[in-house]
Design a protein around this ligand. Structure first.
Ligand code: 5AD
Ligand code: SF4
Length: 436
């Protein structure tokens, strides 16, 4: 979602004459878009700010005024601390106020001292964002829902992104249509609880994710739809059936389970059991047998015993994941788990995480290996690193390379997979392939 937000900030600043540069030394405005989900991500902000300060000082010595803005969830949660620890920061803005960025940049350029906006505004930022003018390529993110009301014990999202809110259907259709006109073929719908989507439809009714995805499927050029991140409790039967019935819905699902122990799930306030998770996965596999599964795991949540951890390992062995993200529990300010007396010791968390990650890596390798000899549709999105090579994505979100002409970029073609590396596949174009 931060990638999406960053792109929208670019759209907002373009009318002021700004363009994106890859070289920080050339930038009149440096924006750090930040993440507060774990302590590691937050600490990075301050080390990165030290680097940006040097650039700002160097540029200003050359007579080039330079502004530093900190955006995103660290700005939301720690705005005041940021300007105390790093007073050279000019602008601080939370994830719900970035539509005000142009005004804040102009204000900061005029005066000395910081400009801070981290309230939750009554207006929706989406009503103030211009239509995208440039797509980054043939795949794009599109935020359809933001915030969360679930309050898992470990999570800062309800505090930083705010309450759950769905964008109206028409606004999403307009944005998706615009992206497709710009050449996008594969859209990932984003939300902290994306499958809880319930937006105002053009017919006056509330639309769910299924209805929205069906409508989006009619947009010319849009051949692939994905959505992330989902909560098991919002995995409706209709959504599961859509994985069978809607050809544009890709056979890939990121469905975080966090733990394989009912005791821990309860302590996490997740609102579902291990059995319910298995049942959802069973139904999904029946609806779409080739569905590739992904998940998030937290290791060492307060109170997690070795038996609880073993239950998580069992779940991983039973279900098998095509990919997964796993993290050591990181206490976050303001969350209920952070004040629990039963914190798990760091070395214990390290050992458990290592054990889990070894199995998840084997499963990922296994999943990729099973592709060898298969013919799969690949949406080509970019030139490969090697001469004459092009790269793209499989329906299962794997990176795939093949020898092929650059003119095929932006098209979907069948590729026969013959090799599997750790994080990518390679193969050759199937002659009688059809493009979409
Ligand atoms: N510690 C570790 N991991 C966390 N996540 C969220 N909060 C924490 C935390 N305090 C993980 C969850 C979530 C993913 C986005 O980040 O697994 O699904
Ligand atoms: Fe955080 Fe997801 Fe739980 Fe919401 S449902 S509190 S975003 S982990």
């Amino acid at each position: 979602m931060n990638v999406y937000d960053s792109n929208r900030m670019v759209d907002l600043l373009r009318p002021l004459g700004y363009k994106v540069t890859d070289e920080a030394e050339k930038a009149d405005v440096l924006i750090l878009n930040t993440c507060h989900i774990r302590d590691k991500a937050t600490e990075k902000v301050f080390s990165e700010l030290g680097r940006l300060r040097q650039i700002k000082e160097y540029r200003e010595k050359q007579g080039q005024p330079t502004l530093i803005a900190v955006a995103g969830c660290v700005a939301q949660a720690e705005g005041k601390i940021i300007v105390q620890r790093a007073p050279y920061v000019d602008v601080v803005l939370g994830p719900q106020t970035y539509h005000r960025l142009p005004k804040m940049i102009l204000e900061a350029a005029r005066k000395s001292g910081n400009v801070i906006e981290t309230d939750f505004p009554t207006e929706s930022k989406f009503d103030f964002l211009p239509a995208p003018e440039k797509a980054q390529g043939h795949t794009a993110f599109l935020t359809i829902q933001e915030g969360c009301d679930k309050f898992c014990s470990f999570c800062v999202v309800p505090y930083t992104r705010g309450a759950e809110e769905s964008r109206p259907v028409q606004a999403i259709i307009d944005e998706a249509t615009r992206l497709c006109e710009l050449g996008v073929k594969d859209i990932s719908l984003l939300g902290q609880n994306v499958n809880a989507y319930h937006g105002q439809g053009p017919d006056g009714n509330i639309w769910d994710l299924v209805k929205l995805a069906e409508k989006l499927s009619t947009i010319p050029g849009l051949s692939r739809i994905r959505y992330t991140t989902s909560h098991p409790n919002d995995m409706s039967d209709a959504l599961i059936a859509a994985h069978r019935d809607l050809p544009t819905l890709m056979p890939f699902l990121h469905l975080p389970v966090q733990s394989g122990s009912d005791r821990v799930l309860k302590a996490m306030n997740r609102g579902h059991t291990v059995k319910e998770y298995y049942e959802i996965i069973d139904k999904l596999k029946k609806a779409r047998p080739d569905i590739a599964l992904s998940s998030d795991f937290i290791i060492g949540h307060p109170g997690e015993s070795i038996e609880d951890f073993k239950a998580t390992m069992k779940l991983v062995h039973d279900i098998t994941f095509a990919q997964a993200f796993s993290f050591k529990y990181s206490p976050r300010p303001g969350t209920s788990a952070a004040i629990s007396a039963n914190q798990v010791a760091e070395p214990e968390k390290d050992a458990r995480l290592q054990e889990l990650q070894a199995v998840l890596k084997d499963q990922l390798t296994q999943f990729n290996h099973e592709m060898i000899g298969r013919k799969i549709p690949v949406l080509f999105t970019h030139k490969g690193r090697k001469e004459g090579q092009i790269g793209g994505k499989s329906p299962y979100l794997q990176a795939v390379h093949a020898q092929g002409d650059e003119s095929l970029i932006g098209q979907e073609h069948m590729v026969e997979i013959d090799e599997c590396m750790t994080f990518s596949l390679s193969g050759s174009l199937v002659k009688e392939s059809t493009s979409h």
